[in-house]
Design a protein around this ligand. Structure first.
Ligand code: NZQ
Ligand code: ZN
Length: 395
């Protein structure tokens, strides 16, 4: 096990009706004026935004509204938000929505208190935000884990470039997690969320060569089996509270660092996927992951067959073939693919129906490898040619 530091300072408020106390919660921190950030309309349709506004008003909290965050959020709206926060002198940003809204809020929070730095420089790793406006969220979709994570992922629209970076400033002050708020999430987005939650743990589990992390492994395996079961239940019955609750809590745990503690990893499939939804913003992150993951796994599993075989045995109930662990590894990948299919999630790039062409593979691999200058470390180091091959296999 490697040395590690684990600090997840976000206050989690979990359960039915928890969002109704949002005014009281924010008043408790002493904030008097806030910005409420949301997406394309689901929070209006569900009545959640009205409930939030009523609660803020009843606690004397002034607020300005900024909606319109699109999935795979863009820098343009975040820049607008930064100006609005400064103009209105807000003290706090409340994100009400899924990962896209929360990430847009994080980007704004960094930008507001660092007026001399172009916010995109943070994503290009040319600058680091030393401070940020405090922010918190009411989560409406279990998927990204952004509600407690230290990541923020934004797309610079004109370049079709989607980039993320980690910073302690991205840990929200609080996350209000009411599983009931996800009852209205449709079948497709529920599937995308289930995939994304699994990927955050799987990429930690399979993403590096560290040995001897038995406790972290068992936590990861427990999370994966629970999420697969809950994902299937929520797919069949969207108002199954227990299933939605499992997905919501797992979403946070899967990306707050817990399931990779003590391990080396780089999330290679996430990096390959970000090129995809950066170029085609209509592609949902979880769908892009399910389209790529099994091809990536088949490409790299020969380099760590015992690791993949362990997953196959412990999570997918396969028998271990000690003579041929690659065979066992591949059977596990086949089972995972079958699971994605059972949720009607795409398992190839063609199924994304986004108009992806073979020429795109070169462009995406160029971007992902900085024109061949950068490789992605992992159980197998991936260079530009490997990336092209994985995209080709996934086609
Ligand atoms: O915009 P609205 O109208 O709210 O509709 C959204 C959106 O169309 C809808 N939705 C959300 N809650 C709903 C709902 N519809 C009905 N009922 C509800 N309760 O769902 C659609 C997708 O929302 P979005 O926020 O885009 O999804 P998700 O939470 O999957 O976030 C995806 C973004 O997060 C990034 C992804 O790359 C992508 O940009 N990620 C962020 C991470 C982080 N910050 O830690 C890590 C992840 O790996 C990921 O990269
Ligand atoms: Zn993800």
């Amino acid at each position: 096990m490697n040395n590690f530091e684990y600090c997840v300072p976000t206050r989690v408020i979990f359960g039915r009706d928890t969002h109704k106390n949002i005014g009281e919660l924010i008043a408790g921190y002493g904030f008097k004026k806030i910005l409420v950030h949301f997406g394309g309309g689901s929070v209006k349709e569900s009545g959640l935004l009205d409930q939030v506004e009523d609660s803020l008003k009843s606690h004397g909290i002034e607020y300005v509204l900024l909606g319109g965050v699109r999935p795979n959020p863009g820098l343009g709206l975040a820049m607008e938000g930064i100006n609005l926060c400064r103009k209105e002198n807000v003290q706090f940003i409340l994100a009400v929505g899924g990962g896209s809204v929360i990430d847009s809020a994080k980007c704004m929070a960094d930008g507001v208190l660092n007026p001399d730095i172009d916010p995109w420089d943070f994503f290009m790793k040319k600058a680091v935000p030393g401070k940020a406006l405090p922010h918190g969220n009411i989560l409406t979709l279990s998927a990204s884990g952004s509600e407690t994570s230290l990541s923020c992922v934004i797309t610079k629209e004109e370049e079709g470039l989607k980039r993320g970076f980690n910073s302690p400033t991205h840990r929200p002050l609080f996350a209000v997690l009411n599983p009931e708020l996800t009852f209205t999430v449709n079948k497709f987005q529920t599937g995308c969320g289930t995939v994304d939650i699994m990927m955050h743990t799987l990429e930690r589990y399979l993403g590096g060569a560290t040995k001897d992390t038995p406790l972290t492994d068992r936590i990861a395996e427990g999370l994966l089996t629970s999420v697969m079961e809950a994902g299937e239940k929520a797919d069949k019955n969207p108002v199954d509270y227990e299933a939605r609750a499992t997905l919501m809590w797992a979403g946070s745990l899967s990306h707050d660092g817990l399931t990779g503690l003590g391990r080396d990893y780089l999330m290679q499939v996430h990096q390959l996927e970000h090129e995809l939804s950066g170029l085609y913003p209509k592609i949902a992150h979880g769908a892009g992951l399910s389209a790529l993951f099994c091809s990536w796994a088949r490409y790299v599993c020969k380099d760590a067959p015992m690791r993949f075989a362990q997953l196959a045995v412990r999570v997918f109930n396969q028998e271990m073939d000690f003579e041929n662990p690659v065979y066992t590894a591949r059977k596990g990948i086949d089972r995972l693919e079958a699971y994605f299919k059972s949720l009607d999630m795409p398992v190839s790039l063609r199924e994304l129906n986004a108009g992806i062409t073979q020429e795109d593979f070169l462009l995406m691999a160029d971007k992902c490898s900085s024109n061949g200058e950068k490789t992605l470390t992992g159980i197998r180091e991936l260079g530009r040619e490997d990336m092209i091959e994985i995209y080709r296999m996934a086609f």
